[in-house]
Design a protein around this ligand. Structure first.
Ligand code: G5P
Ligand code: MG
Length: 226
């Protein structure tokens, strides 16, 4: 039986979590779970959770921990016999502890991208609200300017991607991420990648995963002490 492998990717808004996660999922066949995607899906479907989180997500604020864990952990439970990759969860110490009580990741990737780079990327970012598909006018532009590639619907720019809101979002990210990073560092599973270009970081992540996925540490999901 193939060994299971579970990973998480952390990083500030715009650091490339989604872009890199898609490459990992494609190259290594991990099931990819994005907290932002599930939140946007709940909002679009107008579910009870969606109504609750709408205000937070639209303003780029962190959704309360108990709502996040209720959204993410049942999905992970269903993947007990799969390898997975989490994008954007856990984001706080409380979330990391909740995850650990169910299953500790084998490896955590942390993206360390300079503030100026994040600012440039996000101010150039356009999204398709219904699907969450993300474009960047320089890095991966849509085929037709201002239009989603699949639906042809108009793209929009988020208010919280504007420079004034960004400074606050990035500072807040640092504050809440630090204890999570320290926790995974203390467990010896944290790998940090720094740089300004996803295409330059990707080969390092890819070779790390090639080495780790050949010799993964476990084949069942064990509960760990936080
Ligand atoms: P999300 O959806 O997790 P964020 O804000 O953490 O949102 P985001 O915006 O999705 O992160 P990312 O995934 O890190 O960014 O980056 P990306 O989308 O791949 O890349 C950003 C842009 O840069 C894209 O346009 C991409 O094409 C471009 N790009 C990538 N690499 C390069 C490059 O090398 N060069 C250039 N030029 N461009 C590049 O969460 C959304 C909201 O949900 C809530 C929060 O409200 C959050 O704000 N939320 C949570 N709340 C509490 N707890 C949690 N666990 C939560 N998870 C989500
Ligand atoms: Mg993302």
């Amino acid at each position: 039986m193939a060994k299971l492998f579970r990973a998480a990717i952390m990083g500030p808004p715009g650091s490339g979590k989604g872009t890199i996660s898609e490459r990992i999922a494609q190259s290594f066949g991990l099931q990819y779970l994005s907290s932002g995607h599930y939140l946007r899906e709940s909002i679009a479907a107008n579910t009870e959770a969606g109504v609750l989180v709408k205000n937070y997500v639209e303003r780029g604020l962190l959704v309360p921990d108990h709502v996040m864990t209720r959204l993410m952990l049942p999905r992970l439970e269903q993947l007990n016999s799969h390898s997975w990759l989490l994008d954007g969860f856990p984001r706080t110490l409380a979330q990391a502890q909740a995850l650990n009580s169910m299953c500790q990741p084998d490896l955590v990737i942390s993206l360390n991208i300079p503030y100026e780079t994040l600012k440039d990327r996000l101010s150039d970012r356009w999204v398709h609200p219904a699907s969450g598909r993300v474009y960047n006018m320089g890095f991966n532009p849509p085929r037709v300017q201002g239009r989603d590639d699949i639906s042809g619907e108009p793209l929009v720019q988020h208010d919280d991607d504007k420079p004034e809101a960004l400074v606050a979002r990035l500072r807040h990210y640092k504050d809440v991420a630090k204890p999570v990073i320290d926790l995974y560092k203390s467990k010896g599973i944290l790998h940090t990648f720094s740089g300004t270009e996803t295409d330059r970081i990707w080969p390092y992540i890819s070779s790390l995963l090639s080495a780790k996925i050949d010799t993964p540490p476990s084949d069942t999901c064990q509960t760990q002490t936080p």
